[in-house]
Design a protein around this ligand. Structure first.
Ligand SMILES: Cc1ncc(COP(=O)(O)O)c(C=O)c1O
Length: 366
């Protein structure tokens, strides 16, 4: 009941704060409206539509070649399988909350019989010590930048360099889960190619900060990509035509890739508003990309009641859901996009004052 009320009030809010807007047919129409109708589709991974986009992404990421996949899930399982085959060892290491570990129904283990070693505690990012302390050989280490399930935290660039050097010296391939790679560049103050130079293979997504429909790029050296294309065929990833995804990925890449700094600044500003509220804190406290988590030291029921009220009264959309951590705390995720710029700042201030007042009035004991 509460959940649907929160969701409903979010749906009806005039000013949702995060994201780029609704995922509806307008997203498709906008992407295709200016494309020449005579452009020919790709066919089973061949054709200029796919080849040109792959070349463009390989250049951006500073790698020899790239291949377009329907999903990151498919791309990354394949990347790790290739590195395992090359080393003759079915073992990889990654964070306990990595996408492969918690969101892919154990695809890596079930389909490839690859064993995984979990690095670091759940609540923090992988540091060089975690890598130095791996006790058995692994074919590859996967780093997720930013680490989404802990609010999008990041290791320092120096740590990335140390991990990269260590992997190179010890014959381990370093793979980047860069679903949100572009989103972290303003924090690192690096180009995509500068970050990717530390990795042997990279995956990036086109429907997160970029806001496309779906799709992923996997990049690396020629031999790696040749192999990845074979696996893509085996997985059924060579849809007869991927052009709806490729053209829309390219359109929204061109429209938004240069706006990551704006989203990052928006995330820092909005996080500050949340952090002024009683019993509320963001993770990280100061965001390092366009995303962060908002933690409430209140029950899910309590939080949803006050958030629904604020959303209904101000027209501001904070969230459509919250996730329970335990009886006394819950959180939700925020990813900043185009919408934040359209929201009157006075309204934002008013809404957060109201949220803070409501929490203090109702739950003075926290
Ligand atoms: C960090 C991370 N890696 C991988 C993926 C998988 O991407 P896809 O949905 O394209 O399979 C996601 C998707 O949410 C993600 O957040």
């Amino acid at each position: 009941m509460k959940q649907s009320t929160l969701k409903e009030s979010y749906k009806q809010s005039k000013y949702p704060l995060s994201g780029h807007g609704k995922r509806n047919i307008h997203v498709l129409k906008e992407a295709f409206q200016s494309i020449d109708g005579d452009v020919e589709s790709d066919l089973y991974g061949e054709g200029s539509v796919i080849a040109e986009f792959q070349e463009k992404m390989a250049r951006l990421l500073g790698k020899e070649e790239a291949v377009f996949f329907p999903s990151g899930t498919m791309a990354q399982q394949i990347a790790l399988r290739i590195w395992c085959d090359e080393k003759g060892l079915r073992k990889v290491a990654y964070h306990p909350l990595s996408h492969l570990e918690i969101h892919e129904e154990d695809g890596l283990k079930e389909l490839h019989k690859i064993e995984t070693i979990l690095l670091a505690d759940k609540g923090r990012v992988i540091e060089i010590e975690d890598v130095l302390n791996i006790e058995e050989p692994v074919a590859s280490i996967l780093l997720e930048l930013p680490q989404r399930e802990i609010g999008g935290q990041l290791p320092s660039f120096e740590t990335l360099k140390q991990i990269s050097e260590y992997c190179q010296e010890n014959g381990m391939k370093l793979h980047l889960d860069g679903a949100r790679l572009l989103e972290v560049l303003p924090y690192y103050q690096k180009t995509a190619a500068e970050v990717c130079a530390l990795f042997d293979s990279i995956y990036v997504s086109f429907y997160k900060g970029i806001g496309g429909i779906a799709g992923a790029i996997l990049a690396g050296d020629k031999a790696f990509i040749k192999n990845a294309k074979v696996w893509k065929r085996r997985y059924g990833g060579d849809l007869i035509s991927l052009y709806p995804y490729i053209l829309s990925a390219d359109y929204y890449f061109n429209r938004r890739a240069h706006k990551m700094e704006q989203y990052y600044e928006a995330a820092k500003e909005l996080a500050q508003f949340y952090n002024t509220c009683h019993g509320v804190s963001t993770l990280p406290l100061i965001p390092v990309s366009n995303m962060f988590h908002v933690h409430f030291h209140l029950s899910k029921d309590q939080v949803e009641t006050v958030l629904t009220e604020v959303q209904q009264q101000t027209g501001l959309g904070l969230t459509s859901y919250s996730k329970e951590i335990n009886e006394k705390s819950c959180y939700f995720e925020v990813s900043m996009g185009d919408l934040y710029d359209e929201v009157p700042k006075e309204l934002v201030k008013k809404a957060f004052t109201q949220l803070n007042d409501l929490i203090k009035q109702r739950f003075s004991s926290i």
